[in-house]
Structures are given as C-alpha cells and as structure tokens.
Design a protein around this ligand. Structure first.
Ligand SMILES: Cc1ncc(COP(=O)(O)O)c(C=O)c1O
Length: 423
C-alpha cells in the first residue's frame, strides 16, 4: 500500500458554496497594487504580476534579496585584489571553504574545508555528480514525490529515475532494501532529506541511519540535495547528511539560492576526499577552474563579515511567520484539507482528499489569480493527484491569507458534488 503523506486524513467534506471572482475583479485588488508582492522586468525567470498569487514559486521574495549588501561586498572584493577576476582554484578558494565550513558547522559537528567543493548551485552540482557517478548504470533511485525538476536533470545526463515511496520519516528503507537486493545497482540514490521539496518533511534520525547503512552495504552513493537545511523554524539547524557518522557514501549538496539569492548561482558539495577528487576530475572543473570565483569572493565577504548568519536568522523568522499565516488561514478556511505544519524550508504539502483532483483545482484557481503546484508534477501522477505543494517563501502573511481565500473558492468550484446552481 502506498505510504500516506499528509499528517491528517483529508476528506473533501461539503463546504459552503463560495462565489468565485476573477483576478482582475476589483475585489482582489482592494487596497491598491502596492500591497502585493510583484516581480517583473527582464531579469527574473518567473514574473509575479500585481494582484497575482503564485504559490508555485519556490524562491525568496524580492524583499528578501539583499542587493545593497552584496553590492558593497562586490565593491570591496574587486577593489581588494584584481586576481578576484582570475581563474579560481578548482575546488574553490581555501579561505572561503574554511569560513564556509565554520558557518556550516554552527551548533553541529565540525565540517572540514577539505570536504567542500564549490559549485554553481545544486542543479549544476547534480549534473556534475550524474557525470561522475553514472558508470555502467543508467538508473537513479528517487523519492516519490520528489523535486519536480530532478527527472529532467537526470534525463539530460542519460539517466532514468526509479521512484520509491516515502512516508513520514523519509524514503522507505524497506522498499529501498528490496530494490537494491533485486534490481540492477543504480548509479546513486537521490534524496531531499531535510525540509523536503515538495512535502516539507525531514527524515527521522532512525531512517537516516538505515539509509546510510544501506548505502555502505551496497556501496551505492546517496546524493542528498539539501538547499533548505539552514531554514529551521524551531531548534537547531539540521546538519547535512554527509556530516553523519559513517556517511562515507554520502554526497551532500548545499546552495546559496534559498538563503542569499538564486541568481548568485553558487553552492557547495560536501563529501569525503575520495568523492571530492572524483568530482574534481570532471573535465568542466579541470578546464575552467572553480565555478563562479567572482561570486564566490562576494559571498565569502558576506560570511566573513557575519552578515550571512544574521540574514539567515532573519529569513528563518520571516519564513516562520509566513508559514504560520498560511497554516492559520488553511485551518480556518479549509479545515478538511490535511497538512503537517512546516518545521522549516519553503513548502507545505496539502492533502485535499479523494474528491479533489489538484490538476482540476489548478484550472479552477488560475482565473481567481492563484497558482499552486499540483502533486502530479512531483511524481506518480495518479497517486499524487489529490495533493498540492504551496510555497510560502514568496509572499507576505496577508497575501498568503488572501491566497487561501482564493483557494477555498477554487475548492468550492472543483467539488464533484457541486450542483450547477452552486457555480
Ligand atoms: C530540492 C531542490 N534542489 C535543487 C534546487 C535548485 O537549486 P539551485 O538553485 O542551487 O540550483 C531546488 C530549488 O527549488 C530544490 O528545491
């Protein structure tokens, strides 16, 4: 039986019929456009129009991008040494790796600078590890559901995803053990162990141990995609899987995208020197030196000055307030929808129950000025069709509350028992 993903059982109980309104209706724009988070212009990949609420956007809102601080850091670094513009050391400059290791070790086990390699973010790092680990295998074990872009990255590197179920504790190790015993060895196992995309869940300590034990037993690397670890809402930051005892078959990927700015295209890979050396042999790193050395110097400035630590603390508080607002509105307006309160990261995973297909829900939501990510985008389209991912990273609390009002209207418009007179 399929592992259940939402905290409470959702049933699409009858809810009072609601009036649906279109996004250009003055009712949605009451109070003026200035109150809405917008993102326009030629630069961003995804626009967010005034009055639109796109909760599929898994990115920081413009207000959370510290442009002035990075401009000052850039000026300082370029004035300091013209060699900042030179090819960089392939693994990334050692002073940065030392400071990054200290930053990542806050409150947890010490990370060694020799275990870090700079990348251009986790998407790039995934490409590097695909090329490095492919060997004779053309499959990668992934979680179902998983980060919706990962299949595309694997495909671009000649690899196919084999999806295994997750439950409340992370990737099901019983299913994984069976797969490893019976099927051809995969090139690697891809997981998002902390504040998972899309479910927001984090792997339990027991499950982490079981996974690490399986990776050692079968000598199959685990690639842990961990861009959200720093964004815990309660208690300490969750350490990278590669930092766990015995994690000698684990490669953790970290990124500045979610904690400083996605446009920086900078991240890091953490693993033992054996894996670092293998990735360093990649032709791309041998040819061009380090990825993105200028940005690496700028980001180094933000770590060394203490700015990044303060910024992350502020982000955690801001994201927690946003998650709280979204959750409170859901409890009030859609009590029949199941979800687990976010403990960190960017996402809530909603279980709408058997009666709601979230692909149809998205169709109903669009004219209301609301976008969500249907579960079918994240894995098994049939099994996940009652789920959806909402991101709370891009909008202010009052906008998230408004988004839930629109969502409730969309749910009312999607209910299969809805009579024409209700429309
Ligand atoms: C799990 C996961 N991996 C990778 C990425 C992309 O990371 P980067 O911007 O570092 O390439 C994202 C962004 O949404 C993500 O959620």
């Amino acid at each position: 039986m399929r592992a259940r993903l939402a905290g409470s059982t959702a049933s699409a109980e009858a809810s009072p019929p609601r009036t649906t309104r279109s996004a250009d209706s003055p009712a949605y724009n009451r109070g003026g456009m200035a109150q809405w988070t917008t993102q326009r212009g030629t630069t961003p990949q995804q626009r967010a129009e005034s009055g639109e609420l796109n909760l599929a956007l898994g990115q920081p809102s413009p207000r959370l991008l510290p442009a002035a601080r990075l401009a000052a850091a850039a000026e300082r670094q370029l004035a300091r040494d013209q060699l900042v513009l030179q090819y960089g050391a392939s693994q990334g400059q050692l002073p940065l790796r030392r400071d990054l290791a200290a930053f990542l070790s806050r409150g947890g086990p010490r990370i060694d600078a020799e275990h870090l390699l700079l990348t251009s973010g986790n998407s790039h790092a995934l490409g590097l590890v695909c090329d490095t680990l492919r060997g004779s295998s053309n499959t990668v074990v992934v979680e179902d559901p998983t980060y919706f872009c990962v299949r595309g990255i694997l495909r671009s590197h000649g690899l196919d995803a084999v999806a295994l179920p997750i439950d409340d504790d992370g990737l099901c190790t019983t299913a994984l053990a069976r797969h490893l015993a019976q099927a051809a060895a995969p090139a690697f196992i891809y997981i998002v162990p902390t504040y998972h995309n899309p479910t927001g869940r984090s792997q339990s300590p027991q499950r982490r141990r079981e996974l690490i034990a399986l990776s050692r037993r079968y000598e199959i690397p685990i690639v842990a995609d961990e861009p959200y670890n720093q964004l815990s809402f309660h208690g300490p930051i969750r350490g990278p899987l590669a930092g766990d005892p015995d994690a000698d078959f684990v490669i953790s990927l970290g990124s500045f995208s979610k904690i400083l700015g996605p446009g920086l295209r900078l991240g890091w890979l953490q693993a033992t020197p054996h894996w670092i050396d293998r990735v360093l042999a990649h032709g791309e790193l041998r040819s061009g030196g380090a990825t993105n050395p200028v940005v690496a110097h700028i980001v180094h400035d933000t770590i060394a000055s203490g700015f990044l630590g303060d910024h992350v603390a502020e982000l955690r508080a801001t994201l927690r307030a946003r998650a709280n607002a979204l959750e409170a509105a859901l409890r009030t307006e859609l009590p029949q929808v199941g979800f687990r309160p976010a403990q960190g990261g960017y996402f809530l995973w909603l279980d709408f129950g058997e009666a709601i297909d979230t692909n149809a829900l998205q169709q109903a939501a669009r004219p209301l000025g609301l976008t969500l990510l249907p579960g079918s985008r994240c894995g098994d389209a049939t099994a996940l069709r009652h789920y959806a991912r909402l991101s709370f990273s891009f909008y202010e609390p009052h906008e998230l509350t408004q988004a839930v009002t629109r969502l409730a209207s969309a749910v009312a418009a999607t209910r299969p028992d809805r009579r024409p007179a209700d429309a």
